[in-house]
Design a protein around this ligand. Structure first.
Ligand SMILES: [Zn+2]
Length: 290
């Protein structure tokens, strides 16, 4: 049994719903054996962080990533669809220097998009992805944050689609904070469990049904982390993970609303919810070192 204590505040969390994973459960396209484990969601009464219990061991997830096909590292995501412009806008309005580190930089698409006016560094465990990032002018300094021994300090540290994978977000922020220059910024993009579509489906929300997603932030979680590590929340906005056509947005919203009604009527007991990817269910936030 995993701990039911909030990994940030160390107070006891409260049950807030049952989690149903996709069937068959997959991580990066590779099936993962979850046995007949029943997963629940628990929420911290203090910082509102939601935690999946039990947590899925990191080694099981990494095994899936290692088996995953390398093909997709070739892909260059559409910068407009993936909102690179939004991320860049937020960075430009708060950064005070050129040193940027992207944790989990994948094939370096975002740093490549940001261009050569930045001194670009990355942390990336996937060997093939890291190689592609280097071809884009990114210096890879470590495979994982835990392995990182660099003496360099950064003006901007990015964690895009990373925070939801962490068992211990508090030590992650503590570590990244120590790698920031004075007035350096931490830019995070992750799910927002306080968003309306999420609340409509609760712990059954599509974002929670992915086995690799372990912890779920709300605005209060960001405030709590900032306070604990002497940082200011200088930006917070709700966003969708990617831009979709309006027709897709309408279709998913109608389907999501009806599904949530059905759930309230006792239907869909063992089904994961349909995807609702165009929803504004992510947060983009910036913490600035004091
Ligand atoms: Zn907490």
């Amino acid at each position: 049994m995993s701990s039911t204590v909030c990994p940030i505040c160390k107070v006891e969390t409260q049950f807030c719903g049952r989690v149903v994973h996709n069937s068959p459960p997959e991580v990066a396209g590779v099936e993962i054996d979850l046995g007949d484990t029943q997963f629940t969601m628990r929420r911290c009464p203090q910082c509102r962080l939601q935690v999946k219990v039990p947590c899925i061991p990191e080694r099981d997830l990494i095994e899936c990533y290692e088996k995953a096909s390398g093909d997709h590292w070739e892909e260059t995501p559409d910068p407009h669809k993936r909102r690179f412009d939004d991320i860049e806008r937020v960075i430009n309005s708060h950064a005070e220097g050129p040193m940027v580190l992207d944790i989990g930089c994948s094939n370096g698409a975002l740093l490549g998009y940001m261009g050569q006016s930045w001194e670009r560094f990355g942390i990336e465990p996937g060997e093939e992805a890291a190689r592609h990032a280097q071809e884009r002018g990114v210096e890879i300094i470590a495979p994982m944050l835990d392995d990182c021994t660099t003496e360099k300090r950064f003006d901007v540290i990015l964690a895009i689609d990373v925070l939801e994978h962490l068992h211990d977000p508090d030590s992650f922020i503590e570590r990244t904070r120590s790698m920031l220059n004075p007035n350096g910024i931490f830019v995070g993009l992750t799910g927002d469990a306080g968003s309306p579509s999420w609340k409509w489906h609760g712990a059954r929300y599509w974002y929670c049904s992915l086995p690799e997603h372990q912890v779920f932030f709300e605005r209060g979680t960001v405030d709590q982390l900032a306070q604990r590590h002497n940082m200011d929340v200088v930006h917070y906005e709700r966003s969708s993970h990617a831009r979709y056509k309006l027709t897709r947005g309408v279709r998913d919203a109608v389907r999501g609303l009806i599904w949530g009604l059905g759930m309230r009527m006792g239907l869909h007991k063992n089904q994961s919810s349909p995807g609702w990817l165009p929803a504004k269910d992510h947060m983009l936030f910036v913490l600035k070192a004091q």
